[in-house]
Ligand binder design. Structure first.
Ligand SMILES: NC(=O)c1ccc[n+]([C@@H]2O[C@H](COP(=O)([O-])OP(=O)(O)OC[C@H]3O[C@@H](n4cnc5c(N)ncnc54)[C@H](OP(=O)(O)O)[C@@H]3O)[C@@H](O)[C@H]2O)c1
Length: 283
């Protein structure tokens, strides 16, 4: 021991070098998970945003109405203490859609669950609508779903985990113009994605609601009385069942027994017969 060395006992008693206090809040979760929900300001998308925030997901809310987005963000932060981002965007607008794609693809702030839910329908038959209205519907129901799924699946497959829920419709099993054809695309595309990427740790599930009490029919100016009461589903229960189906590994979720039966019948019925039930060809 050199004379310069303090005796071992004295060295042990030396004060520890002061360290700055870590004042960051403690996060009990080892890995924060984030969900991005489109069409989060109303109906099924809003129910998804609330249910996921309740489960502890940080959420990114996408829709056009900025006021409703920030109201919901404040409510979710206050009720569940999660981080909430708002991303106002009209998904029929390619530039706005690109901003959402970029957020979904962001490697520094990964999106673990994408819910492609935004959508709307048109009341009038195909030839009575301006073709640009039909195009805008296709842009939101198909193009946005495809492009956001592309951004999400690419990032998720690279990470080896993640999930995409695409909100389709049982109407995709019926011949009913652009809306049904778009939903048929969404169901088929999502089944393919799940079959392709499941082995690489990434899930996809198509959610096929039947008539659900939301703003969808009001926005179309359709009287909810046009469908019998037993056919109407509750959005919160629908989402609860959908999330249970996702956790159970289902590829297609058709919430409620009545719509499971109706979807089975629709798939088993030739389209010419379905057309007769719907009175197609008479308008
Ligand atoms: N309700 C039903 O009976 C039913 C049945 C089967 C399937 N679905 C499907 O369920 C999904 C959700 O519908 P919902 O019933 O919940 O309808 P909703 O209550 O009318 O909500 C639609 C949501 O989509 C958003 N949205 C509409 N157009 C948009 C656009 N161009 N860009 C961005 N966001 C847009 C709306 O927000 P902003 O207005 O703020 O943009 C709103 O948040 C749709 O894909 C629909 O096709 C509904």
């Amino acid at each position: 021991m050199s004379p310069a060395d303090p005796a071992p006992a004295a060295r042990d008693l030396q004060p520890l070098a002061p360290r700055p206090l870590d004042t960051r809040p403690l996060d009990p979760r080892p890995h924060r998970v984030t969900a991005l929900v489109t069409g989060a300001t109303a109906g099924i998308g809003r129910s998804f945003a609330v249910a996921l925030a309740r489960q502890g997901y940080d959420v990114v809310l996408v829709a056009r109405d900025e006021q409703r987005l920030s109201d919901l963000a404040a409510q979710l932060k206050a009720s569940y203490g999660v981080a909430v981002e708002t991303l106002p965007a009209d998904l029929a607008d390619r530039e706005a859609l690109r901003r959402v794609e970029d957020r979904v693809a962001d490697v520094d702030h990964p999106v673990d669950l994408l819910v492609n839910n935004a959508g709307f329908g048109l009341k009038r038959p195909f030839l009575d609508n301006d073709v640009e209205e039909e195009q805008a519907m296709l842009d939101v129901l198909v193009t946005a779903v495809m492009r956001l799924s592309h951004a999400a699946l690419r990032a998720m497959v690279a990470r080896g985990r993640g999930a995409v829920v695409n909100v389709s419709s049982v109407a995709g099993y019926l011949p009913r113009g652009t809306y049904s054809a778009a939903k048929a695309y969404v169901t088929s595309f999502t089944e393919w994605a799940d079959l392709t990427y499941r082995d690489r740790g990434v899930r996809a599930m198509a959610l096929l609601p039947g008539f659900t009490r939301t703003e969808f029919h009001d926005r179309m100016n359709v009287d909810p009385g046009s469908a019998p009461r037993w056919m109407w589903l509750d959005a919160d229960r629908l989402v609860e069942e959908a999330l249970a189906d996702l956790a159970a590994g289902r590829r297609v979720s058709v919430p409620s027994r009545r719509y499971k039966a109706l979807a089975f019948l629709a798939r088993a019925t030739p389209s010419s017969l379905q057309a007769r039930f719907q009175g197609l060809g008479r308008r």
